[in-house]
Design a protein around this ligand. Structure first.
Ligand code: NAP
Length: 351
């Protein structure tokens, strides 16, 4: 039995349509018929210069945001059955796990049922951006804050604390804002390209303040809200030492704060001002496969948060079929910084 897939054969080259075998689920694996697979900026970075992967990962099947129907379960899987609607963060470490194809294997402990009220497309907007912001906020490799399911939430007094999200207008930022609201941060400041519509949207998601990232006095505006009390900041969009300087500079001078970043690069110490109490900068990797225990808890809880309306899916557009040209153009748009509307590919439709 064969299926169609978009395959990266060579770094810097476009994804190409190929026939592949349909993999057989092994113990604790599920074979999912993919109805919608969401693309992300890293799919472009992998295609163009091999972010995350090395040449020995090739040929590579990209695409991490899987939503589909259980086709077959492997030995030991009891919680899911053929026909169930599920979503998951793909395991792209093997071609059988990648998302931009018609069938993929997912581990049964890192998958969840799609709530009845949600479409496959809505579900496919979430896995990577939700996991990335969740790990960045709550895993010890990130800010290490008490997660929403933890008993440590109450004594932590989130309502007295502040969080800064640089890149609040990004898709990861929008999920981070929602998780901040879920745990009850008293102040959540989002930096974004501010328009009345963007401000309304981010406040609707849970931001208490939206600051214009282009304003010359954005640092002063932030300090006028948090004073010298900012201990937690997430930078979802900037890269490199210079890029991370803004986030660190806004952390408290008198107490040790932490900036967690979704892109690597440390910080340029000469640009952050005097920080006598010190500070920490951490690069967080948002993979439930890498951070398995938290990944499992995340997938157990996410459907409930969605059903309760506490976490909402993102806007999206769709591509019919494994249309090489359309998918490569969607990745080109990420490369060119054009737009942030999520793109979902429907691998079983005709293009
Ligand atoms: N480490 C990980 O595990 C992980 C996981 C997922 C994603 N990522 C990375 O995180 C980044 C964000 O991903 P995404 O999917 O959220 O991207 P995205 O939705 O495409 O984000 C782009 C948006 O970010 C905002 N932005 C861009 N530059 C900014 C700046 N200097 N300051 C503030 N906001 C800025 C802009 O929104 P406004 O114009 O509205 O401000 C822009 O439209 C990507 O580089 C991605 O590769 C890392």
């Amino acid at each position: 039995m064969s299926q169609k897939a978009l395959v990266l054969e060579k770094l810097g080259a476009p994804l190409v349509l190929q026939a592949r075998h349909i993999p057989e689920p092994k113990e604790h694996q599920i074979l999912v018929k993919i109805i919608a697979v969401g693309l992300n900026p890293h799919d472009q970075k992998i295609r163009d210069y091999g972010l995350i992967i090395t040449p020995d990962h090739l040929p590579y099947i990209t695409g991490n945001d899987i939503a589909g129907v259980v086709e077959k379960v492997g030995p030991g899987v009891t919680a899911f059955h053929p026909g169930d609607r599920v979503f998951a963060q793909a395991d792209t470490s093997t071609p059988d796990g990648g998302g931009v194809q018609q069938y993929a294997l997912v581990p049964a402990d890192l998958v969840a049922a799609i709530p009845k009220s949600m479409s496959f497309d809505e579900a496919a907007t979430l896995p990577t951006v939700a996991m990335a912001s969740f790990i960045a906020l709550f895993h010890p490799s990130g800010l290490g804050l008490p997660p929403p399911y933890s008993k440590a939430i109450a004594p932590f007094n989130y309502h007295q604390r502040s969080l800064l999200i640089i890149g609040g207008g990004s898709n990861c930022g929008k999920l981070a804002i929602q998780f901040a609201r879920l745990v009850g941060f008293g102040t959540t400041i989002a930096l974004a390209a501010k328009t009345p519509e963007k401000e309304a949207e981010l406040k609707e998601l849970g931001a208490t303040h939206v600051l214009d990232r282009y304003a010359e006095d954005v640092a002063e505006q932030c300090r006028s809200i948090v004073g010298d009390g900012l201990l937690y900041a997430l930078d979802a969009v900037n890269m490199g030492p210079e890029g991370h300087a803004l986030g660190v500079s806004l952390l408290s001078d008198s107490q040790k704060g932490t900036l967690v970043t979704l892109l690597p690069g440390g910080v340029d110490e000469s640009k952050v001002g005097n920080k006598p109490a010190g500070y920490e900068v951490k690069f967080s990797q948002g993979s439930g496969h890498l951070h398995r225990e938290m990944g499992q808890l995340f997938w157990q809880c996410l459907p409930g948060w969605l059903e309760a309306g506490k976490i909402r899916p993102l806007r999206y557009r769709t591509i019919s079929g494994l249309d090489e040209k359309a998918v490569n153009e969607a990745l080109d748009a990420y490369r060119d910084g054009a737009g942030v509307t999520k793109v979902n590919v429907h691998p079983h439709e005709s293009s």
